[in-house]
Ligand binder design. Structure first.
Ligand code: ADP
Ligand code: MG
Length: 228
């Protein structure tokens, strides 16, 4: 770890807005794939649901005159509210809660450092668990989010900077989503299929990996522009 990367990265309001926008782009680009995953073990609406939700979130944020002046926490709360109000299915309330809890954890801080973002991600995970009551291994978005938060916290404890922590978290989320394939669903619609849910990736775990990939992309781009 070099000295410049030790200092790299705090998340500002513009980054929070960029995160939601980029997540909306990735979700839109992958909506058909997410819907196909949900068609295999659910009701085939996950991509549609999330695309509608993230579009609504993006629109809610574009209403801000100058998003650069709004603290990141407020941005995430506004996005979460829009997602809850516009997203159908189980995933809308779960993602909405995740974003609102993360936003509340950030409070009014203008400059979010690696520790604060880690605490916000932990709060998001707790919010999803409070609402959905799923544990790791139940084949839900928790199987991507929980390892992502754990990996983030481990990287932080090892002295990684914010881009490093987020990158490790995004990687762990992707691995977590892949690991849902052999699981049998115990929560949500997919659980109605019993053993027939085995052999398919959980759509919510896959979308969680996308959303964290979006965060990692945005933070990495920001750090690169700050140092270059
Ligand atoms: P629905 O199942 O109502 O059609 P979606 O298709 O939008 O909603 O979302 C399905 C995803 O929601 C699942 O793949 C799973 O990851 C997630 N999910 C469902 N129930 C729960 C729960 N109780 N806790 C956490 N995540 C859940
Ligand atoms: Mg569905």
């Amino acid at each position: 770890m070099n000295a410049s990367s030790m200092n790299a990265g705090s998340m500002k309001a513009g980054d929070a807005v960029s995160w939601i926008r980029h997540a909306a782009e990735l979700v839109a680009a992958d909506a058909d794939r997410l819907t196909r995953l949900d068609a295999a073990i659910g009701d085939g609406d996950h991509g549609l649901n999330l695309d509608r939700g993230f579009r609504a979130a993006t629109e809610a944020l574009s209403g801000e005159a100058s998003p650069g002046d709004v603290p990141p926490g407020k941005v995430l709360i506004a996005a979460g509210r829009a997602i809850v109000s516009k997203t159908g299915g189980a995933s809308g309330p779960l993602y909405g809660t995740a974003l609102r809890r993360a936003g509340k954890a950030l409070g009014d801080t203008a400059d979010v450092d690696a520790a604060a973002l880690g605490a916000a991600l932990r709060a998001a995970l707790e919010g999803v668990q409070d609402l959905g009551k799923a544990a790791e291994g139940d084949k839900t978005m928790i199987d991507a989010l929980a390892p992502a938060v754990a990996a983030y916290e481990a990287a932080l404890a090892d002295g990684a900077d914010l881009p490093g922590c987020v990158s490790v978290a995004a990687g762990a989320a992707a691995e977590g989503a892949d690991a849902t394939v052999p699981m049998q669903a115990r929560k949500g619609r997919a659980s109605y299929l019993g053993a027939r849910s085995i052999g398919h990736m959980d759509p919510g775990a896959s979308s969680t990996a996308l959303i964290l990939r979006a965060l990692s992309d945005v933070v990495a781009a920001d750090a690169a522009s700050g140092e270059g």
